[in-house]
Ligand binder design. Structure first.
Ligand SMILES: [Zn+2]
Length: 400
């Protein structure tokens, strides 16, 4: 009972913002003495702090507000991408405490080498967070893969070359000194969760997040809930057979949508030859995409033609999703967001043309502002959800 009341107060402060104990009591229906006691315990656990003195109206005594404690308690998200490892730590207010990206060619590293790199990136980040006094409440790793999230297992990651990988178990073991639990989920699912929690989808409960990376997947939120499907494998739109030219996909099939809109297709289309720096996987992806934007701004015809081709194909696949899901927002993420100035007009046009419902069923095409950190942010949000559900998972501070 007390545990669920602690959760109620902490979650209310997240959703409704800083407020006085009296206001928490009236909002939640708990009595004032109970709220004072619950807040005292949340302060002891370092989850909540005293905020500003707030005077409500001209009579009565001013109330001290309470608010989620910044820094202190953090969740960590990691994105394992074909081109990089991104680590992001968020505090309870979802502010960024740490953000690091390490470029790497994960396919060249192989499965064991890639996992060793993830361990190194995580070990460094956790050590840095601990050194600043942060309490890490959990780690969630995003993988571009079919993921059995209940077991932390990667069933198949075509663009990493992994299959049947017990990733959570391996990371738990390698990071045992940090005493954190590692969870694993699909990258587009976590991207969708990030957009809904802290991104451009905060105001809607029905959204599709499209992750434009080497592979292309989507995360679907309906009625405020992530749709997982019977086996957890929802959202593999990248392997929908939309390319009639039957090019070979990373999954081994031909004609998959990602052979038209995956990051590599875009980069290869824009490159002037095999030595073009935009193909250099040791360089940071944002720098390579900035170069493509520069070429487009200069009117380079090969770049503009590639953007048009990818934009039209992106719109066709997006129209399939919008016809099925009828989202309020279709969020362009990953490289689609970075190049949205060029790609978005094609998507908007194609949706109006191909979605059978009038006005694309009310779907707005929005551009992610989280860039390539969406999946790792979503991982951090999920890691923090455990604390909102059960604040007693965070021990009382020494001396409190
Ligand atoms: Zn495929």
């Amino acid at each position: 009972m007390r545990r669920s009341n602690l959760s109620l107060v902490l979650s209310h402060l997240r959703d409704a913002g800083p407020r006085s104990r009296a206001r928490i009591a009236s909002d939640t229906g708990l009595n004032k003495a109970t709220v004072s006691s619950l807040v005292a315990e949340l302060i002891e656990r370092g989850l909540v702090g005293e905020g500003e003195v707030q005077r409500v109206g001209s009579v009565g005594r001013p109330g001290q507000t309470v608010e989620l404690a910044p820094a202190g308690v953090v969740g960590v998200g990691v994105e394992v991408n074909a081109d990089f490892v991104d680590v992001t730590a968020l505090d309870l207010t979802h502010d960024t405490v740490l953000s690091r990206r390490t470029p790497a060619d994960m396919r060249a590293l192989g499965e064991a080498g890639s996992i060793a790199l993830v361990v190194r990136c995580l070990d460094d980040a956790l050590t840095a967070l601990e050194a600043t006094g942060c309490t890490v409440v959990g780690v969630t790793v995003a993988v571009p893969a079919l993921v059995d999230s209940s077991r932390g297992r990667v069933a198949l990651a075509p663009n990493l070359g992994w299959s049947g990988t017990a990733l959570a178990d391996q990371l738990d073991l390698a990071l045992v000194a940090h005493g954190v639990h590692v969870a694993v989920d699909n990258d587009a699912n976590l991207g969708a969760i990030a957009e809904h929690a802290v991104g451009v989808g905060r105001d809607v409960d029905d959204l599709v997040y499209l992750a434009g990376e080497v592979g292309v997947g989507c995360g679907v939120i309906v009625g405020g809930q992530l749709v997982r499907g019977a086996s957890g494998f929802t959202g593999e739109i990248g392997h929908a057979p939309l390319n009639h030219r039957l090019e070979v996909c990373g999954c081994g099939r031909v004609g998959c949508w990602e052979t038209q809109v995956g990051l590599e297709v875009l980069l290869t289309g824009c490159a002037t030859g095999p030595d073009d720096p935009v193909l250099d996987s040791d360089a940071d992806i944002d720098a390579r995409l900035a170069e493509i934007l520069r070429r487009a701004a200069d009117g380079d015809q090969a770049t503009l033609d590639t953007l048009e081709r990818v934009g039209i194909a992106l719109g066709l696949g997006a129209s399939v999703l919008v016809n099925i899901v009828n989202p309020r927002a279709l969020v362009l993420g990953g490289y689609f967001a970075v190049l949205a100035h060029h790609l978005r007009p094609y998507v908007v046009h194609t949706l109006l043309e191909r979605v059978v419902a009038p006005d694309a069923g009310g779907a707005e095409v929005r551009t992610s502002e989280l860039g390539f950190t969406a999946a790792s942010r979503g991982g951090a949000v999920v890691a923090l959800q455990g604390v909102f559900a059960d604040p007693t998972r965070v021990p009382a501070l020494a001396g409190a």
